[in-house]
Design a protein around this ligand. Structure first.
Ligand code: UDP
Ligand code: MG
Length: 324
């Protein structure tokens, strides 16, 4: 009997992607049909309110490699990815967006690298040509911040388009944290990694599902779950304040030493200024502590990252070698 072909899972989170999904699935099939692997495609419907669910039923009926997971509401991109990664079987698992911005042509190259012994294949946007200036600038700022203050280096321009071999995938699955920034988590687990650059095309159709709110939430999760630096800001501010107070004492004393007490102004404005600055800093730092406490609270509750409404396996039994 010939060796069975390696199994590959492809995880694709979808939120209201009715416009892009049919085109995306065609594009994906064109790229993987000829590859010598047994593919299972895991579409994760992240609480879509449009026709995504119905389209997924049709796609699953027509393509026996397709498995459909449905979350009970919109849990967000990172949670939907996590649901797919938890369910995915296979020697290699690839995650990508369902809007065509992660070109499926790269899958062949990713698998070649994986078979040569690489355990993680990351991708990096070569030129963010298709990004709006705002998104490009905010992404640049975000990566320089997280790499400066975080303990884990995150690839700038990295995407949630990557391949994980079984071992790193199991390592990732052993991290149960509620606030998930998968790019940071994948970098944290280590393993032999290569980076594949790619040009990011425009979305096939529809609008971005990452509004400002979702972007800010991801940035918050990245900063506060990968860094304690915001707390140290407090410490250094405190030290600075004490130092200023010390200088002030010397300054005031100098008037007394020189017998010039009358030269001291009743300094309402300077007092007010110091008061406002100090209380502002205190508020901000209390806020940082509040965020960490909130994160701890959410972790302690131990809630699941996502909840499945249903999980429909691919119609082709996993153990059978594929004809593709
Ligand atoms: N997505 C999701 N849940 C969300 C938001 C987005 O599953 O709450 C999916 C979306 O359908 C797409 C991927 O995550 O497949 C990336 O989202 P999008 O393309 O909107 O983000 P952008 O490329 O604009 O950063
Ligand atoms: Mg996109």
């Amino acid at each position: 009997m010939p060796e069975p072909l390696p199994r590959v899972g492809i995880v694709i989170p979808l939120y209201n992607e009715e416009e892009a999904l049919p085109g995306f699935h065609r594009m994906l099939c064109q790229s993987i049909d000829a590859l010598p692997y047994r593919f299972t495609i895991y579409y994760v419907n992240d609480g879509s309110t449009d026709a995504t669910a119905r389209l997924l039923e049709e796609i699953r009926a027509a393509d026996e490699r397709v498995s459909v997971l449905e979350l009970s509401r919109n849990f967000g991109h990172q949670a939907a990815l996590t649901a797919g990664l938890d369910a995915a079987e296979g020697d290699y698992v690839i995650s990508m967006d369902g809007d065509g911005q992660h070109p499926p042509e790269l899958i062949g190259e990713m698998l070649r690298l994986a078979e040569s012994g690489v355990e993680i294949v990351l991708t990096q946007r070569a030129e963010a040509g298709s990004l709006s200036p705002f998104k490009r600038r905010s992404a640049g700022l975000f990566y320089s911040l997280i790499n400066r203050i975080g303990e884990t280096q995150v690839l700038p321009g990295g995407a949630d388009f990557r391949l994980l071999a079984r071992k790193p995938l199991e390592a990732l699955k052993s991290m149960p944290e509620y606030h998930r920034f998968l790019r940071g988590m994948v970098s944290w687990i280590g393993f032999r990694t290569v980076i594949l650059p790619y040009r990011q095309p425009e979305r096939l159709a529809g609008k971005s599902k990452y509004g400002l709110r979702k972007m800010l939430r991801l940035a918050r999760d990245a900063v506060f779950s990968f860094s304690l630096v915001p707390l140290y800001i407090g410490l250094s501010m405190g030290v600075l304040m004490l130092f200023l107070a010390f200088l002030e004492v010397i300054y005031v004393l100098s008037f007394w030493v020189t017998g010039n007490q009358a030269g001291l102004e009743p300094g309402w404005s300077s007092l007010m200024f110091v008061l406002l600055v100090v209380s502002g800093i205190l508020m901000i730092l209390l806020g940082f502590i509040g965020v960490y406490t909130g994160f701890i609270f959410q972790e302690v509750k131990g809630r699941p990252v996502y909840i499945l409404r249903k999980s429909e396996p691919a119609r082709r039994p996993e153990s059978e070698p594929g004809e593709q």
